[in-house]
Design a protein around this ligand. Structure first.
Ligand code: FES
Length: 109
């Protein structure tokens, strides 16, 4: 059995800890625990974790090096990271973002 890695998840001010198997995609890890990384429409209409729709963004700290072309673009232009393009390989703090319909990030309150 693989070692578990703790993730701190911040969702609208609530902070919780989940333990994730090393190598799990961050998107899948969050969804498996009942967290949504999407907006209302993109929760159904998304690319299924292929790194194409850019609707699964989250903020992560520490931020891993990007390995996917689309996630490299997110880093280059200062956008949140694509959770489907990040494998959990270390403890991280993940902040979920409030999104509108497709996945546009709403300004923080
Ligand atoms: S689910 Fe489409 S880019 Fe992540």
């Amino acid at each position: 059995m693989s070692e578990g890695i703790d993730l701190t998840v911040i969702d609208d001010g609530d902070r919780s800890t989940i333990t994730v198997e090393r190598g799990t995609t961050l998107r899948d890890a969050l969804r498996n625990e009942g967290f949504s990384v999407y907006g209302t429409v993109s929760s159904t209409l998304n690319c299924g974790g292929r790194g194409l729709c850019a609707t699964c963004t989250v903020e992560v700290d520490p931020a891993p090096e990007p390995v996917h072309w689309h996630d490299r673009g997110a880093v280059r232009f200062g956008y949140p990271r694509l959770s489907c393009c990040l494998e959990v390989d270390r403890p991280m703090t993940v902040r979920l973002l409030e999104k509108h319909v497709w996945g546009q990030v709403l300004p923080r309150r």
